[in-house]
Design a protein around this ligand. Structure first.
Ligand code: MIC
Ligand code: SF4
Length: 662
């Protein structure tokens, strides 16, 4: 049978289950990546599993998120991660070396491998032909310990690319176009495979921009073929040996097809405050801009930044614009320095930020009130920048740089007419500067046995869930609307420093919905927990969009939440809920959402029995006002996990059972 790339890679890694869309399948994971904001939990849980050394081909732990270092928390995390990585057989990319996805693309990812990362933008590596998937830290910990990763076999959306990008139109505009078509809702269970004649015209960094923002669509992964462009990129990274050709078979069948003619695309923007609120730049042109940033794992490659530098060379940023550049990796920064492009950026007035996530995760550069901020990032959820009611527009580096010169949103295709700037044709360099000085290899097993792990007092082992009760009696703690992101559930930015301390971090659950003078979500949850009832979260469609942060499941669980009842739930978040023994229930009839109010007391009789083998749940309002039906879209393994008290307990039980068999 003619196969897609996704199914070829899945078949080569199959460990458990059948390869059929909708089926739960366990696959072998070749590489893992973790980053510091999810990594401390992942490694603490990895230690709890007791696996000792990582059993993957390669695992890398990155420091790129929490680098502001106000107080000891962040540095405590870095030291813990560095020492536990060395001991566990894991490579460690130190603070300052760059954003995990950019560095992994440059130094480690390969065509045809499976990569699991505790970050939702792990599919960036799909740009090099890797099957790369984002997951919660506990799933990554289990994969590091050599366990299979379970996923629902996806349906394949084939995106056929034809034509060629016009000057000043960028890879970012391709994915923004797709976000406009598919939106951030309703794409759970799909993977995207790009093909068609235009693929050959896109470099690996351009492809990676496109696969990176597949995360915003909510698809499981996105992937490009591996071809001459891939070989060229790997050769320039001095690792041509990692190359292998990879493409779908002729006649491969896609479950859905979309065709995009790159030649017909225009510069686009995702307007406030969702990545799918896409408009053409021509529709919003002229709006005043107060801040512009180029960076993040979406658009911080050498090609992106050299384009910006060449466009800005000898010119000056508009004085009313704050303009910042965060290179994706230290190698990118080094290349900018050596080529002289860094001087062009500095001279034009750019603020050069660290090679890190920085403003993308709300750590610094929060915009002033009431101004539009243009960013080449991937998320513009309200408040994520650190400013309430922010107005963030997601754009290409080309649009960013054009607007930085004029001070208002500008279609870069007009730069010739406005400022006599011709498009700087950018070729991928034949050779990148490669310097792995800040990637620490792990200790040998012998050395590791004697090595100490540094654990600051701010690093607290997360508490595991208690088992579910036979019948559920609970209270609705909050009723929220559609498209609730994990940023709404667990704020990042200034709160990130509590990531390694669940009891502390939990006080900020649903922080954005807390009102002055009223009890916080955490206070209300504590009261309900003390009364002996379980906490219930009610939500609309697409609950848990965005990041892979398992704290969005772990912290509510810590506060006593045992059920999320929503119109629909996004893939990574649903898996995280199950991993931490919070039961995800979808409303059988979305209209029933209107019947439920905050404070309602709900009952599910035979709760654990239902989880064991039923698909339908009867939910009864305690005073008899209404009775509604919920759906349990759970695999056999999901049910086992929930009944065991979550993934960690399940993994430990399995290990004990295996030990007894021996
Ligand atoms: C994000 O972009 O939201 C993050 C921060 O990278 C998250 C991970 C996290 O919350 O630590 C993600 O995308 O998974
Ligand atoms: Fe970092 Fe932003 Fe990428 Fe998340 S999306 S990994 S915060 S750069």
């Amino acid at each position: 049978m003619a196969e897609t790339i996704v199914y070829k890679i899945l078949a080569a890694h199959l460990k458990d289950g059948r390869l059929e869309a909708g089926e739960q399948t366990g696959i072998k994971i070749d590489q893992t990546l973790t980053q510091d904001a999810t990594g401390t939990t992942a490694f603490l849980l990895f230690e709890s599993i007791g696996a000792g050394r990582a059993r993957t081909d390669l695992s890398v732990s990155y420091i790129d998120h929490n680098m502001a270092q106000f107080g000891p928390e962040n540095h405590n995390d870095h030291l813990y991660l560095q020492t536990i990585a060395a001991k566990s057989g894991v490579y460690h990319s130190r603070a300052g070396n760059g954003i995990c996805h950019q560095v992994h693309l440059e130094r480690f990812a390969k065509p045809g491998i499976t990569l699991l990362g505790s970050d939702s933008h792990t599919p960036t590596a799909g740009g090099i032909g890797a099957l790369a998937i984002g997951a919660g830290g506990l799933d990554v910990a289990v994969a590091m310990a050599g366990g299979p990763f379970y996923l629902t076999c996806p349906k394949i959306l084939g995106v056929k690319l034809t034509g060629r990008l016009p000057d000043w139109v960028a890879a970012k505009d391709v994915i923004l176009k797709l976000l406009g078509i598919l939106t951030t809702k309703g794409n759970v269970g799909w993977a995207i495979e790009y093909f068609g004649p235009a693929v050959a015209t896109l470099t690996v960094p351009q492809r990676a921009t496109i696969t990176n923002m597949g995360a915003e669509l909510g698809v499981t992964t996105s992937i490009f073929p591996s071809d001459e462009q891939t070989r060229k990129f790997l050769a320039a990274q001095k690792r041509e040996n990692d190359y292998r050709a990879l493409s779908a078979d002729a006649g491969a069948i896609y479950d859905r097809l979309i065709e995009i003619n790159l030649g017909e695309l225009e510069p686009m923007a995702a307007c406030p405050s969702s990545p799918d609120n896409v408009k053409k730049i021509s529709e919003i042109e002229g709006m005043e801009v107060g801040q512009i940033a180029i960076g993040s794992c979406t658009n911080s490659s050498f090609s992106d930044l050299i384009m910006a530098a060449r466009t800005l060379k000898g010119r000056r940023i508009n004085p009313m614009v704050e303009f910042a550049v965060a290179p994706g990796s230290r190698d990118v920064l080094n290349m900018l320095a050596v080529s002289g492009a860094l001087t062009d950026l500095i001279s034009a007035g750019a603020r050069i930020l660290e090679c890190a996530c920085g403003p993308c995760i709300g750590l610094g550069l929060s915009p002033a009130e009431g101004i539009a901020s243009l960013r080449t990032f991937n998320r513009n959820f309200s408040g994520r920048s650190g400013t309430k009611d922010d107005m963030i527009y997601l754009v290409s580096p080309e649009t960013a740089v054009a607007s930085a010169l004029t001070g208002n949103i500008t279609d870069p295709r007009r730069l010739a007419e406005l400022l006599r700037i011709e498009y700087p044709k950018i070729e991928l360099p034949d050779e990148f500067i490669v310097n792995d000085n800040m990637i620490e290899p792990p200790l040998s097993e012998k050395e590791a046995a004697k090595a100490d792990v540094i654990r600051g007092t701010t690093i607290v082992v997360p508490q595991q869930p208690t088992k579910l009760s036979k019948d559920l009696k609970g209270e609705v703690l909050i009723k929220c609307g559609d498209k609730i992101t994990t940023d709404h559930i667990m704020p990042a930015g200034a709160f990130l420093k509590y990531r390694s301390n669940v009891p502390e971090y939990s006080s900020f659950v649903f922080h954005c919905f807390n009102e002055k003078g009223k009890p916080t979500f955490a206070n209300r949850a504590a009261k309900v927990k003390a009364s002996g009832l379980a906490g219930i979260i009610v939500a609309g469609a697409s609950y848990g969009q965005g990041s892979s942060r398992e704290h969005a499941a772990l912290c509510p669980m810590y506060l006593g939440v045992r059920v999320v009842l929503a119109k629909s739930i996004e893939r990574i978040h649903k898996a995280n809920l199950i991993n931490f023994c919070v039961v995800p229930i979808e409303l059988a009839d979305a209209g029933d959402y209107d019947k439920i109010s905050e404070g309602d007391k709900l009952r599910i009789d035979g709760f654990t029995e239902t989880i064991k083998n039923k698909d339908e749940v009867k939910i009864i309002e305690e005073t008899g006002t209404y009775e509604i039906k919920g759906k349990l879209n759970l695999s056999k393994r999901d049910r086992e996990l929930l009944l065991a008290g979550g993934l960690l307990k399940y993994t430990l039980e399995k290990a004990t059972a295996r030990g007894k068999e021996k």
